[in-house]
Design a protein around this ligand. Structure first.
Ligand code: CP
Ligand code: NVA
Length: 301
């Protein structure tokens, strides 16, 4: 039984194990087993892929919105997790503050409840997305298990998706270059940590990042929780950080564009680049289903 909060705590061999388990058949739940899916923020892909994954593995998903449970307003995260631990085999949660997930782990451990807590996106990381991203890169580029020699360029806000993507990529041996404006780039501690994992570079230049890249990746400039900064963020990102056909032409020939979605055409990516890569992007969304099955198998092993 293992929790899955952040890829920081997941070794390279465990990531390889999750990728393998993502594509394995068979059920893991017994009749009557259920999984709590707690959402403090909206979701299309995560909610749907997780519900379907739990059903495919023989369990029963229970979708819980924050308007019902009120994390740290109606009731503390600790009391919510310890209550849910009585009913469910797993708690998976999408939260604003990553620390809420850590508090769920320590509070359930504190009463001897043995159930994994899974991160479905926090302000710090989005590890289930990164597993789907690796599956997609391998599928589209026919890589099998070896990501060596693949360079990924991430262009935009250095956020939760970027952090998990970078850790996942580096731990499987890929290279990543991250282009962000100074104000929205990783802090020194994160840079030092990522640099310790492999070949990573940080730049403010999208052109530098995409040079030699076979994968170009972007995410929204305005993550959930950043809405108050929307205008200032747009004014900083828009002049330089939109992925358009000219930027894609500076990447390797045949480079693919990936996006975790939701996408904002005319902001982080042009409609032209998005539609030219729609097959890959929606396969990536589809791989969230495989990825969550792999994560559940890994957590319950
Ligand atoms: N990529 C992703 O997590 O999408 P949702 O926010 O729709 O779940
Ligand atoms: N960085 C985005 C990802 C959405 C799936 C956010 O946190 O809103």
């Amino acid at each position: 039984m293992r929790s899955f909060l952040d890829l920081v705590e997941v070794s390279s061999s465990e990531i390889a194990e999750i990728l393998t388990l993502s594509r394995r058949g068979g059920k893991v739940f017994s009749k009557g087993d259920s999984v709590a899916l707690v959402f403090e923020k909206p979701s299309l892909r995560t909610r749907n892929s997780c519900e379907v994954a739990v059903k495919r593995l023989g369990g029963h998903p229970v979708y819980i919105q924050n308007s019902e449970v009120g994390i740290d307003t109606r009731e503390s995260a600790e009391d919510i997790a310890r209550t849910l631990s009585n009913y469910h085999r797993v708690i998976a949660a999408r939260v604003f503050r990553h620390n809420v997930l850590e508090r769920m782990v320590s509070s359930t451990e504190g009463i001897g409840a043995k159930l994994p807590i899974i991160n479905l996106l926090s302000d710090k990381s989005h590890p289930c997305q990164a597993i789907a991203d690796l599956l997609t890169i391998s599928d589209v580029m026919s890589l099998g298990n070896s990501y060596r020699g693949v360079k990924i360029a991430y262009v935009g806000d250095s956020n939760n998706v970027t952090f998990s993507l970078a850790i996942a990529a580096l731990k499987v041996g890929a290279e990543i270059s991250i282009a962000s404006p100074e104000e929205y780039s990783f802090d020194q501690a994160s840079r030092v940590y990522l640099s310790s994992l492999g070949e990573v570079s940080f730049t403010s230049s999208p052109e530098v990042a995409v040079t030699g890249a076979s994968v170009v990746y972007s995410d929204t400039w305005i993550s959930m929780g950043d809405e108050d900064e929307a205008e200032i963020r747009r004014s900083i990102f828009a002049p330089t950080y939109q992925i358009d056909a000219d930027l894609m032409a500076k990447a390797n020939s045949g480079a693919i564009f990936m996006h975790c979605l939701p996408a904002h055409r005319g902001e982080e990516v042009t409609a032209e680049v998005f539609e030219a890569n729609a097959k890959t992007i929606f396969a990536q969304a589809g791989n969230r289903l495989d990825a969550f099955q792999g994560v559940l198998r890994y957590c319950l092993a």
